[in-house]
Write a protein that binds this ligand. Structure first.
Ligand SMILES: Cc1ncc(C[n+]2csc(CCOP(=O)(O)OP(=O)(O)O)c2C)c(N)n1
Ligand code: SF4
Ligand SMILES: [Mg+2]
Length: 299
């Protein structure tokens, strides 16, 4: 019998779909380029890639990737992605979205996907504004910043996404900046390889409604791109990660890199073990018969 032909190496041409419709200078372009790079580098089989998003400029992402993709409801990408990840553990599930989608309307889902340690990779393209709906205050908009909803400047204290992720129990939490391509590539690669819920908070400028928002993290614009010193840290310590998160808030932009990297059983593994145990109890009975028995018992 002849051996199967080796899998074809994925090319950028194969991964590209619609031409991105982001504004010139939008940071989200770099996220897409970085994603293509890393997916190719890791040789993820083309048919195993799934991109899920909510609504927002950043959430248009799945249109631009030639893979399985779903542009879903605003703030609801994570519960849908959770279902995909749990039912098809062979797939690589990626979630893309913005600060509004992930931290505002979808904030509750983020907490629960993180605490359950669902196996997926989530890139939040945080531009500190609602871009798609043309410039409203978002949960990460800094105090005093003017927008259509806060014409005199934001008055509500912004959330600290890194602190929230630590508190929620995410097992891989990193922070990067779209102008630092090499760093962004590294963070995406590590997030993809992490078994469990991996989030990369990615500072991605909205050139249209909040230009210069992240200059403080860009040395070419007079800012500083200081890295987390992983050698000097206990990467599994929530307390140490929380202290980095507080530092980033008190002295923006703080540090970039991996804030937390820890191991805990994933919901995928726990649920699979539970299903296998139950399966052993019911023997050869088919799913259909099990369901019929259940309905009969409920009569
Ligand atoms: C249930 C619901 N509420 C509100 C909206 C309107 N809406 C669409 S995108 C968006 C915010 C987008 O901001 P963000 O997630 O930060 O993405 P960005 O456009 O900045 O990338 C809002 C409020 C919607 N589509 N659905
Ligand atoms: S409005 Fe902002 S976030 Fe949306 S595509 Fe334009 S630059 Fe990007
Ligand atoms: Mg946004």
């Amino acid at each position: 019998m002849s051996s199967p032909a080796p899998a074809e190496k994925l090319t950028k041409k194969q991964l590209k779909a619609d031409k991105p419709t982001w504004c010139p200078g939008c940071g989200d372009f770099s996220v897409l380029a970085s994603f293509f790079n890393i997916v190719q580098k890791l040789e993820i089989p083309h048919e195993k890639i799934v991109c899920v998003s909510g609504i927002g400029c950043s959430s248009r992402f799945p249109y631009f990737v030639n893979a399985h993709g779903i542009h879903f409801i605003h703030g609801r990408a994570l519960p849908l992605a959770t279902g995909i990840s749990l039912s098809r553990p062979d797939l690589h599930v990626f979630v893309f979205g913005g600060d509004g989608d992930g931290y505002s309307i979808g904030g509750n889902h983020l907490t629960h996907a993180a605490r359950k340690n669902v196996n997926l990779s989530y890139v939040v393209m945080d531009n500190q504004v609602y871009g798609l709906t043309k410039n409203q205050t978002s949960p990460t908009t800094p105090l005093g910043h003017k927008s259509k909803t806060d014409p005199r400047g934001a008055i509500d204290r912004p959330i600290n996404p890194m602190a929230q992720l630590v508190a929620s129990g995410a097992t891989f939490i990193a922070r990067t900046h779209t102008t630092q391509i090499k760093h962004m590539n590294e963070m995406f690669e590590r997030a993809i390889l992490h078994p469990g819920f991996a989030v990369v908070e990615t500072l991605s400028e909205c050139s249209m409604f909040y230009p210069g928002a992240f200059d403080a993290g860009n040395p070419r614009k007079g800012g500083r791109f200081d890295l987390v010193d992983e050698e000097a840290r206990n990467m599994e310590s929530s307390a140490e990660a929380m202290s980095l998160a507080e530092e980033a808030e008190a002295d923006f932009p703080g540090k970039f890199g991996v804030y937390l990297e820890s191991q805990r059983p994933t919901k995928n593994d726990l649920e699979a073990a539970w299903i296998n145990d139950e399966r052993a109890l019911v023997g050869e009975t088919s799913d259909r018969d099990l369901m019929r028995q259940r309905f009969d018992a409920m009569r």
